[in-house]
Design a protein around this ligand. Structure first.
Ligand SMILES: [Zn+2]
Ligand SMILES: [Zn+2]
Ligand SMILES: [Zn+2]
Length: 768
């Protein structure tokens, strides 16, 4: 006989790991126990030595579908002569280190019950089991047990309790287990809170479906927050939702009742289908079908639609009842974070929603839908949140200190780390108002508790006005590490690929605080996790009027014309309708004098300028809108590229776009189609970027090139640049686990901070 104590680390709580161990123990006839503690799962087994060996060898191999075993360590302990195998209570206290898992879409077993009229959970919107259901959004503390979730207040009925206690049952120790008799309930109410009666409806969900079919806008409480829903084919409803939400033209996401319904709206390639069916059930951006029936107001001017499938029982029943595709957009007023608390939602969404589909299972952490797209042969994140957070990402360099990174300002995420692990938080949003700041601070507190991180090191952006930077500087007794914005982009890309060698990074985005105090955004960096130097840049121009130029791309057109020509006194023909002569002259003077107009190398602003020159968009309603529309306008067959010279005087390379702007103007005056101009611009930027990377890589003796920053969400630019680089024999890295936009900054900041501290430590050790 022998007795072994094994510790299993990784994603092993809330995924049916203990029941699985229990069944395995039963099958092999070993005695002992299993329990969750704050670091994961501990199992002790006692049996003849070869049986114990067999048990240990199968333990990680046959783990349940949602589990991810990172490490199993075992030791021999004294035999106790025990009989039988039990699941023990989690001990209280101890250092919390167990991984909390992401929320997971309803499994096929639960779905079958949901639509079986004979099942006791028929149409029950909170059905779940150990293989599916809410996790991160309901966890309040570790270890992951019911008392530490927002299900704590619901006492299980005898039927649920017997499932929960039966090791042979799919719901054995399923912490959110519930049924219509004992669990959360949904109800349909008006803005004032009064229940809505619909005599013809079976329940709140059917009443909601009726209201939606009749054109109502309904706030629907889901897994990570509220959605605002309405019929996707009813333009009056969608346009009304737009008007009430104060969202001019940013596309709305759609939820289809079935795969077939989704296929009627978008062309789904096999890879996109795979993304759509991932356990996380993200929003997938896919090419819209010209014949797809969707209200024009859903996504005006967009070539893609964001589509998803139902991911919770509530959504499954609601969509089945409605039988039609619904708009499911974040339940917020423009720019504010998504609402997730019942009272808060009723108050904030009162002017938007006609009705509220509420439920009484509290949401602990608001978590937006994730947004992905298939690009460059793989999944690319545009937003990593529900269904993926809080899975850990490795850090290639550990530093032995607990760390926090505060991220950037737009599309903010924060991240915490210890050991070699980083946990990147859910999408917080644009840190520009009190609501988002509060959610940022609460998120950090929650992650510190969940992962038992007490930050000794806090990494932050160099921009002094970012609220995230201010939060870092306000912390007492911590070591601060300031990380240049574009270096963080580069480091994030290198770190997620486990790369510690130096690389050339082409980092193109909207704006970031440069090391020289100017506004960077079209950068070639040469660097590793620890440090960088500037290897190249886009020709700098003025941002006339500063921030105003971000909302008004025509200002950037004005600045580029001022740079490309000696002077440009009146708005070009394409902008004559939008901008008055006098305003143009004033802004033109700012662009020449530089008054209140910082220099910028931003690639995002160059896209803005070209889009404005082409008459596509003179003002934007959301960040990146002009660039998205310029990409959508491209004539895919156009092969020509504008001249975009590379200036090389031995210092940083300069991608001089002035000649290109002159060519664009010439083409416009000659009446060349905008689609061709847009394509020639993309082709030119890709070619010059690839050429500049190759020169810089050669100069710096590396074969590694990273492409990141929000501008590389542009598929045409990314695809062309990457293939030109690969043709030139260079190895190209692009973000896979995190978005290329500022949602990846916090992780990059952690990677830089860890590398710098590790280097410091090596220095100290060397001197000692
Ligand atoms: Zn299930
Ligand atoms: Zn029950
Ligand atoms: Zn950025």
């Amino acid at each position: 006989m022998s007795r072994v104590r094994a510790r299993i680390e990784g994603t092993v709580q809330g995924v049916g790991f203990r029941p699985y161990v229990y069944r395995l123990a039963g099958e092999l006839g070993v005695a002992g126990h299993v329990l969750n503690d704050s670091r994961g799962v501990v199992v002790e087994v006692e049996a003849p030595s070869e049986t114990v060996e067999r048990f240990l060898s199968r333990l990680a191999l046959e783990a349940p579908p949602l589990a991810s075993v990172e490490r199993v360590t075992s030791e021999h302990v004294e035999e106790l002569g025990e009989h039988g195998f039990v699941i023990r209570e989690s001990p209280a206290g101890g250092e919390a280190r167990a991984a909390v898992t992401p929320d997971s879409a309803t499994c096929s077993d639960c779905l079958a019950e949901l639509f079986d009229p004979a099942d006791r959970r028929f149409r029950y919107p909170f059905t779940n089991c150990t293989n599916c259901g809410p996790r991160f959004t309901i966890v309040q503390d570790v270890p992951y047990d019911r008392r530490n979730t927002t299900m704590a207040a619901f006492e299980m009925c005898p039927a649920c309790l017997s499932e929960y206690r039966d090791p042979a049952n799919r719901r054995f120790h399923a912490q959110p287990n519930a049924c219509p008799d004992c669990g959360p309930q949904a109800r349909l109410v008006c803005a004032g809170g009064a229940a809505v009666e619909d005599a013809g409806a079976r329940d709140a969900l059917e009443a909601t479906a009726h209201a939606l079919l009749e054109g109502a806008i309904v706030a629907v409480k889901g897994v990570g927050g509220f959605h605002l829903a309405c019929r996707a084919d009813d333009d009056a409803a969608v346009a009304e939702l737009r008007a009430r939400k104060h969202r001019e033209d940013k596309p709305f996401a759609l939820m289809g009742p079935s795969l077939g319904a989704v296929r009627e709206l978008v062309d789904l390639k096999p890879d996109e289908l795979r993304l759509l069916l991932e356990r996380a059930r993200p929003i997938v951006l896919a090419q819209r079908r010209p014949d797809g029936v969707v209200a024009p107001s859903v996504a005006p001017g967009a070539s893609e639609l964001g589509v998803m499938l139902p991911y919770s029982p509530l959504h499954h029943v609601l969509l089945a009842d409605a039988g039609t595709t619904l708009v499911m957009t974040s339940g917020n007023v423009s720019d504010e974070p998504i609402a997730f608390r019942a009272e808060d939602a009723c108050e904030r969404l009162a002017d938007i929603a006609d009705l509220f589909l509420m439920h009484d299972r509290p949401i602990q952490t608001r978590t937006d839908d994730s947004v992905v797209r298939h690009a460059g042969g793989r999944r690319t994140f545009l937003r990593r949140s529900r269904g993926y957070v809080p899975s850990a990402l490795p850090l290639p360099v550990g530093c032995g200190r607990h760390m926090l990174a505060c991220g950037a300002e737009l599309k903010n995420t924060f991240a915490v780390a210890k050991g070699g692990h980083a946990w990147v938080g859910h999408h917080v949003g644009d840190l520009k108002n009190y609501e988002t700041l509060r959610s940022f601070v609460a998120g950090i507190d929650h992650f510190q508790r969940l992962f038992a991180v007490e930050p000794e090191v806090v990494a932050h952006d160099l921009h002094p006005e970012y609220l995230s930077t201010k939060h870092a500087l306000d912390r007492d007794d911590v070591r601060l590490v300031g990380v240049q914005h574009h270096h963080a982009h580069l480091a994030a890309c290198l770190a997620e690929h486990g790369e510690v060698r130096p690389a050339v990074g082409a980092i193109f985005d909207g704006t970031g605080h440069g090391a020289d105090g100017t506004v960077w955004g079209g950068e070639l960096l040469f660097g590793d996790l620890e440090g960088f130097e500037r290897a190249g840049l886009l020709f700098p121009v003025r941002m006339p009027g500063g921030e105003a130029a971000i909302r008004q791309p025509w200002r950037m057109a004005c600045a580029w014309l001022a740079a490309a020509f000696e002077e440009w006194r009146c708005p070009p023909r394409q902008l004559a309708q939008q901008v008055e002569q006098r305003t143009w002259e004033q802004v033109s003077r700012l662009a020449v004098s530089g008054l209140s107009s910082p220099l910028t190398t931003s690639a995002g602003r160059l896209f803005d300028a070209i889009a404005a020159l082409c008459g596509l968009r003179s003002e934007v309603n959301y960040e990146g809108q002009a660039a998205v529309e310029l990409e959508a306008a491209c004539d895919i067959d156009e092969q020509r590229a504008y001249e975009l010279p590379l200036l090389d005087d031995g210092g940083p390379l300069v991608m001089d776009a002035r000649a290109m702007v002159r060519d664009v103007v010439e083409d416009l005056e000659a009446g060349v189609e905008v689609g061709r101009i847009a394509a020639r611009f993309h082709n030119a930027l890709a070619e010059t970027t690839a050429r500049a990377c190759a020169v810089a890589a050669d100069r710096c003796r590396t074969d590694l090139v990273a492409l990141s920053g929000g501008v590389f969400q542009n598929r045409r630019l990314l695809g062309q640049t990457a293939s030109l680089l690969a043709d030139g024999g260079l190895r190209v890295l692009t973000p896979r686990q995190l978005p290329p936009n500022d949602g990846g900054i916090a992780y990059g900041q952690l990677a830089v901070a860890a590398a710098r501290l590790a280097a410091e430590q090596r220095g100290t050790d060397a001197r000692a």
